[in-house]
Design a protein around this ligand. Structure first.
Ligand code: ZN
Ligand code: ZN
Length: 454
């Protein structure tokens, strides 16, 4: 019997990692790091991974899916590591960046356990990675299962993983999007499955009729136009990988179509490295505008954070800077102080903002409020603050419909979502698909991957 164990420490979007086991064979799906916790608390339940782990399959290059990879590969030297070429090309520089962040935290916060791994550790891990292509079944030596990667439409290289075993089929969605973004295509739709292991990120967030992707794209462009007309600059706090490239492509096309004036766009150093990967990989992974090369065509300027102390914001400039959560000491957090006192400037959010993060607090507080920006002093927020939902995740309505009409599983496992998000799906599935088993896999406890016939 194949079992599935959730190695994430709590039901949330944390250190995503899931173990498949059949007899002495085992495979790990993702090896993430918690985005908000620190130290070993931020890693998955690694002591539950069998010593002779057969393989690690990586769904995509976000930190909550790859952040612990060097730790797991170092502890399981015999494990094969498989991912798409896009994921491999993004993961290596992102993990090196994580080492830099942890090294800085060691210095600034006195964390003697940091870094949890080193640049050498990332290099040692990377030499073991193998590329797996989309839609081509692959096996792990003599193990009793077969896998297929399907494009997930989330970020460059992202996949859903099909698991074929016991004559049945399961699908681990990773993070997916059923609708298009600017660069990413909608995910593939590989049909019906016996078991669906599904991300539930947006389960607590209802879609509003009429407010689709195009609506938010046009609203963002109108917001930028208005800001420029009153002589302001725009800050878009974004993740260096994924959102930076999607928004840059959107702005590039808007400038070509005359929807916004030709304005300089600044991106961060890591954002530039990630954009170069998107350019190099443009024809190797499914995407729209497959010929578009963002660096030479959109010509973003690289923002040097050392300029911050002397920086004067200029009318008509766009700052596309990380981090998306405005974590203290990141460029978007520091530069935001220049925007706060100026009514004609704007801070626009374009993605998920965790409610307790500085971005979440600022977004909730809004224009006209007072906010403590981390130094126990209240500052007035005079600039415009708005949110445009350019999500990289499927809406809950899309996931519900897709599951009930196409996947039609007899068992669904809800993962990668907060308790309220999972609860919404559990309740909707109970109503819409009576008879389907709904499982919220408890951390560390194996459950059968497929329904068991009595
Ligand atoms: Zn993701
Ligand atoms: Zn994720």
């Amino acid at each position: 019997m194949v079992t599935f164990t959730n190695l994430t420490r709590a039901p949330e979007i944390g250190a995503n990692s899931y173990l498949l086991k059949s007899g002495e064979h085992s495979v790990l799906l993702d090896a993430g790091m918690h985005p908000r916790l620190d130290g070993w608390e931020a890693t998955p339940l690694m002591d539950q991974i069998p010593e002779d782990l057969g393989a690690i399959l990586v769904s995509h290059a976000h930190h909550d899916h790859i952040g612990s990879l060097p730790l797991v590969t170092a502890a399981h030297l015999g494990a094969k590591v498989l991912m798409t070429s896009g994921t491999a090309a993004l993961t290596e520089p992102l993990l090196h960046n994580s080492v830099n962040v942890m090294t800085r935290q060691r210095r600034e916060l006195g964390r003697t356990d940091y870094p949890l791994y080193t640049h050498r550790g990332v290099d040692d891990s990377a030499v073991t990675w193998e590329i797996a292509n989309l839609n081509r079944p692959f096996r792990i030596e003599d193990a009793p299962w077969e896998f297929v990667f399907h494009d997930a439409g989330h970020v460059l290289g992202s996949v859903m993983t099909e698991i074929r075993a016991e004559g049945r089929r399961a699908l681990y969605t990773g993070d997916l999007n059923l609708q298009r973004q600017t660069l990413m295509l909608p995910c593939q739709r590989p049909g019906a499955f016996d078991t669906l292991i599904m991300e539930t990120t947006r389960g607590a967030q209802p879609a509003i009729p009429g407010q689709d992707r195009t609506f938010f794209e046009e609203s963002l462009l109108a917001g930028i136009r208005n800001t420029f007309e009153r002589g302001g600059a725009v800050l878009l706090p974004v993740f260096a990988m994924g959102k930076t490239q999607e928004v840059l492509a959107l702005l590039h096309h808007a400038r070509l179509e005359g929807k916004i004036p030709k304005a300089p766009i600044y991106i961060g150093g890591l954002g530039r490295v990630m954009t170069e990967v998107y350019d190099r990989q443009r024809s190797l992974n499914p995407r729209q505008h497959a010929n578009l090369r963002l660096i030479p065509e959109a010509q973003p300027e690289t923002f040097d954070p050392r300029r911050l102390p002397q920086l004067r914001l200029r009318a008509g400039h766009i700052y596309l800077l990380s981090s998306g959560m405005m974590t203290p000491q990141t460029t978007s957090h520091t530069i935001a102080r220049l925007f706060f006192p100026r009514e004609h400037d704007s801070i626009f959010f374009v993605g998920y903002t965790e409610p307790s993060s500085p971005a979440g607090i600022l977004r909730e507080a809004g224009q006209g409020s007072l906010i403590d920006w981390g130094d126990n002093r209240e500052v007035p927020i005079r600039c415009e603050v708005r949110y445009f939902d350019l999500t990289a995740h499927a809406t809950r309505e899309d996931l519900l419909q897709w599951t009930c009409q196409e996947v039609q599983p007899s068992r669904v496992m809800l993962v990668h979502g907060d308790p309220e998000a999972q609860a919404w799906f559990a309740q909707q599935f109970a109503q819409n698909r009576p008879g389907m088993q709904i499982i919220q896999p408890p951390p560390g406890q194996p459950v059968p991957l497929f329904t068991q016939t009595p």
